[in-house]
Each structure stands twice: as C-alpha cells, then as structure tokens.
Design a protein around this ligand. Structure first.
Ligand code: SF4
Length: 330
C-alpha cells in the first residue's frame, strides 16, 4: 500500500473543504471497497478524509411523503429499518441480497453507490484495463468475461456495476443529494451512474470534490407487487450474474406504473422504458412478461463467456415479474 495522509472530519463543510486536493484525495466511510482497492494498488489516494463522524446517519420522513436516507446509514440499518421494511420492501430485499452480514454492517448507503466494478482485470494491475489506466486497453473484451456486461457496453470497457441496492434505487427513482464547496445539488438516480463510452475510468457523474449527503426515496414504494431476484454462482456472498428489480401496481387486473431494472448486465443499473411501456396497460401474464423481456435484451451483445446472460436475463425478468405478481396476492 502507498503512503497516504488521513484526517477525520466532524462536519460536512470541513469534509468538503478537506477534499480540495481533487482526485488525489478521497472520502472514506465504511471502506469496504476502497481499502481493498488500496491494498491491491488499484487506487492510490494521497489523502483520505474520514467522514464517519458526520451527522448523516438518520432516516427521516420528507415533506413529499418519502424518506431521506442519510449517506452514512449502514446498509444493515437501512434494510432492517421499520419504515423501509414497510414502505420500500423492494429496497430491503435488494440490500439483503447483497454482500454478507458483516459487510452490510460496515458499508454505508452512500458508499454503496460508489463501489467499483469487480472486473477481475481491474483488480489485476499486471493486465491492461482502461478503467484503471485510461488508454491501456480492455483485457476482458477478448478475455474471460463471464461476469461482464451485455448491455450498454463500449469498445473500451464491458464492466458491470456490482451493487444490488442500486438496482432497487433505480427502480424506485431515488434522488441523490450531493454537496461541495460550490454548493449542493440533486442527481436523479438514472443519471448518477454512467455507461463506459470512451471514458470508462468515470463510474458516475459525481465531481471529485462532491460528497453524497443523502439518498431520497420518493413517496411511491410499491408495497404490494415487488420483487428482487438475484441469480448468482452461489447462494451467499456473490455478485449478481443477473438481477432484476420489478415493481408495479395492479389495478383491476391491469399493470400500471411498471418499473423494471436489471443488475449484473451493464455499467449501471439498467432500466428499460420500452419494457415498462409494454407492461403498462396489460394483464400480468407470461406472454406480457416475455414481450417485456425480449425488449430489454433486443440490443444485448455477448462477448463469449458471458453470452449465456442474454437468455438468463430474459428468464430472470419473466420470473421476477411473475413472483412480483404473486407477492401481492393474499
Ligand atoms: Fe478494465 Fe472495463 Fe475492460 Fe474490465 S471491462 S478490463 S474494468 S476496461
């Protein structure tokens, strides 16, 4: 590990002023991904600003009927929070499908958004990787790419975003609150993570000096028909090969307000407005679900070891939607 300096901030304004050194400085909270990356020499910050003492640890009601999750609430405290459990069961299910209990006790909600890809080559500093070292090449495209993306890829990177929680947040249309010395702003969840394009070293649209302070959940939580389905190589502590967050309302047997987001298939949680439109106004039948699934993967592209994900994604979508239908039946 490279030498670095360390300070602990006690207030948000101190934290954002401490980060002024730009990309050489990083915030650290739970550290469940950043410390691994530092030990592997993948990330080499010169300065760490510890934000664990900031007052961002509450879950509060918003005036618009939603909830505001402080960025430092742990994943475990979020998943087991009574309000989340009752009003946003999709989010609780997704969080509990991720990582291990020990990691969920340490990892924060803001940090969950910031975790980096688990592409093997990204972690192996002996191999070319455009995300780790821009312009060096992508070892995965013609290499072993079983866990890699099938949607939204570029010739520069085919990595996936590893989060489960973020897939549910995408479906729930969460809003990310961020701040810096230049002021505060909000970012719709769909705009927070990026596709790789020709700048795969950028995972998201956060500026280097911006701090996530909260994640806002809109009032609509889909308490009846929701499901998070995660397909992985083993039943515990594995990243998704394919995951699906599905939620909708059923009004007199007709689907309304459909939300469908996939994990494990792209550089960001993948939503398909076309698939959602195909679901809305139709009955929750296997035929309806298959049409939506076909729309999601129409432009999917496999790279050899991961081509199986195209069929897997279709089947997972149909199963997730079927289970979401059943989840609301008393
Ligand atoms: Fe690097 Fe992305 Fe290629 Fe993986 S897929 S080797 S992260 S450029």
């Amino acid at each position: 590990m490279n030498p670095f300096s360390y300070t602990r901030a006690e207030a948000v304004d101190t934290a954002v002023s401490e980060i002024k050194t730009g990309e050489a400085a990083k915030f650290i909270a739970g550290g469940t991904n950043l410390l691994d990356l530092m030990k592997e020499n993948v990330m080499r910050p010169q300065h760490l600003v510890d934000i664990t003492h900031l007052p961002l640890t509450t879950i509060e009601e918003t005036e618009s009927g939603g909830l505001m999750l402080g960025a430092l609430v742990t994943n475990a405290d979020t998943a087991y929070n009574e309000l989340i459990d009752k009003r946003y069961p999709l989010l609780a299910k997704a969080i509990l499908a991720g990582a291990s209990p020990q990691l969920r006790n340490m990892a924060t909600d803001g940090g969950n958004l910031m975790q980096r890809t688990r592409c093997y080559y990204f972690y192996d500093t002996a191999t070319p990787c455009n995300k780790r070292e821009p312009g060096s090449g992508c070892s995965a495209i013609n290499g072993f790419n079983r866990i890699h993306a099938i949607l939204g890829t570029s010739e520069h990177c085919i990595a996936t975003h590893p989060s489960d929680m973020c897939v549910a947040l995408a479906a729930l249309e969460a809003i990310v609150h961020v701040t810096s010395e230049r002021g505060s702003r909000t970012i719709p969840f769909a705009d927070f993570h990026r596709l790789p394009g020709d700048t795969p070293h950028l995972d998201n649209t956060l500026e280097p000096d911006e701090l996530i302070t909260a994640i806002e959940l809109p009032a609509k939580g889909f308490t009846e028909h929701n499901n998070y389905l995660k397909i992985r190589d083993r039943t515990s502590y594995a990243f998704a090969l394919v995951s699906v967050a599905a939620a909708f309302d059923l009004e007199e047997g007709v689907i309304q307000n459909a939300r469908l987001a996939l994990g494990g298939v792209a550089h960001k949680p993948w939503r398909s407005s076309e698939a959602e439109a195909l679901l809305n106004g139709n009955s929750p039948t296997e035929e309806t679900f298959r049409k939506a699934a076909e729309a999601v993967v129409r432009d999917a592209k496999g790279f050899g070891s991961n081509t199986f994900k195209i069929e897997m994604a279709k089947r997972a979508i149909v199963r997730a939607l079927t289970q979401a239908t059943e989840s609301g039946q008393k």
